[in-house]
Design a protein around this ligand. Structure first.
Ligand code: PHE
Length: 435
């Protein structure tokens, strides 16, 4: 089967390219472009069916509401950018951002590849170099991103990020100093407590080629801007619940294309929740975008689902993909309201265990087959056993799959059919032997 999406018509002549690889996946046609499969190809129709859904642009959708709240907070000087196609090259996703060649993110076990030259972006940073190159000094880019990961109520292979960035010229530095003072003053006047445990130093340094004064101004601007944004998003919640100041924590991080780099966390219900990653742009990446070498920039990337789940109290990430009016009609543009669950339908857990054949199977390969079979009807998959027989050397795995619909009660028969199908698909894809 060739997966054809959008209005694309597969040209007949390309049929000769269609080859079935050992994982049973064939070539993909998307927007009239055919991507011939190779040993990297690992994308399946359950993922491809999400391309073009654009829930982050859908009016009154919680993901779109969070996006607009952030855009509104930053104001019109930050140019909003949306609707960039999700298929990018590994150069865009990794190389342009200084990712080392052996970085784990590049592995096909962690990312979706159409083939070795094309992949689904794993983060909105994949567009940084291209947007900086366009010369826009302040921008906010939102998009769907794709990662192979576990299956539970907060992980879905498709989610949304917003990237924000700013480049400052030397002539603007004095204005930036004033802006920083003003931002610091307005933050001092609101109920936020920022704990900064980051340590600029050997492990997380300023860049030696930067004017130290300018780098510090940009670094401070990054911090003030993001604290202000976080307060705009979460401050209401904290005050509303009468729980004292909103607590925010800055910690050191590492990203290949920023230095210094940070992660920012917000205390929510007694737990530190990681909200975003950010830092001062590595000059090499800016230079790649033809930004003059005496300019200094910052960038951040945040997960819109993470924030929406907290703000709207949405208990399962699958709900964001729901077309059920009982979900969608609860929300309206510009306002944050608490989600009222329409019902909690019963779940059903079933185990599947198997002996591996010749081939090693990554757990993400198993999760993708579960998605392929059960789509939005799977809530969680847990590995419950992994062992190698001491005599035969054969390896076995066991997974517990929890099925639950967000919208109705699944019948026992339906669940049995799904689960049997899962067994068959696992045999077909990996040549395993069910136990
Ligand atoms: N892209 C990073 C992530 O997905 C976040 C990030 C964006 C970090 C920009 C630094 C600068 O985790």
């Amino acid at each position: 089967m060739i997966v054809t999406l959008g209005r694309g018509v597969r040209p007949r002549a390309l049929h000769i390219w269609t080859r079935r690889y050992s994982n049973g996946i064939e070539g993909v046609t998307y927007n009239n472009v055919f991507y011939p499969p190779d040993e990297y190809t690992n994308i399946r129709s359950s993922i491809l069916s999400h391309l073009g859904r654009n829930i982050y642009l859908q009016k009154d959708h919680p993901i779109a509401i969070v996006r607009s709240l952030i855009e509104k907070h930053f104001g019109s000087s930050f140019v909003p950018i949306t609707a960039l196609p999700p298929i990018v090259s590994p150069q865009q996703n990794f190389d342009e951002l200084e990712f080392p060649l052996d970085h784990p993110g590049r592995r096909p076990s962690d990312s979706y590849y159409l083939n070795k030259d094309w992949m689904l972006r794993t983060h909105t940073s994949a567009h940084e170099v291209q947007v900086f190159r366009s010369g826009i000094p302040k921008w906010l880019l939102s998009a769907d991103v794709y990662r192979r990961d576990e299956i539970d109520r907060s992980h879905y292979p498709v989610f949304h990020q917003m990237e924000g960035a700013r480049v400052v010229e030397p002539s603007e530095m004095e204005d930036l100093r004033k802006e920083n003072d003003e931002l610091a003053q307005s933050l001092a006047a609101v109920n936020i407590q920022v704990e900064d445990v980051s340590t600029i130093g050997e492990k997380n340094p300023y860049q030696p080629w930067h004017n130290p004064d300018h780098a510090k101004l940009v670094n401070d601007n990054l911090k003030h801007s993001l604290n202000g944004m976080i307060y705009a998003l979460f401050g209401g919640l904290a005050t509303h619940k009468g729980k004292g100041p909103l607590q925010v924590r800055w910690i050191d991080a590492y990203f290949p294309w920023t230095s210094p780099s940070y992660e920012v966390e917000v205390l929510f219900d007694g737990k530190w929740l990681e909200i975003l990653g950010c830092g001062v742009m590595q000059q090499a990446a800016l230079t790649r975008s033809s930004v003059p070498k005496d300019n200094v920039g910052w960038a951040f990337g945040l997960g819109l689902e993470r924030i929406a789940m907290v703000l709207f109290q949405v208990p399962d990430i699958r709900l964001f993909w729901s077309k059920d009016a009982r979900f969608l009609e609860q929300f309206s543009d510009g306002t944050v309201t608490q989600f009222k669950p329409f019902s909690k339908y019963p779940s059903s857990s079933k185990d599947v265990s198997f002996w591996l054949g010749e081939r090693e199977v990554h757990e993400n390969d198993v999760y993708d087959i579960v998605r392929e079979v059960a789509g939005g009807l799977v809530e969680e998959v847990k590995e419950v056993d992994r062992f190698t027989h001491p005599k035969t050397g054969k390896s076995s795995r066991a997974y517990r799959v929890t099925y639950r619909s967000m919208e109705r009660t699944l019948t026992g028969e339906e669940v049995n059919t799904l689960h049997n199908d899962l067994g068959l698909k696992l045999i077909e894809a990996f040549n395993v032997q069910l136990r």
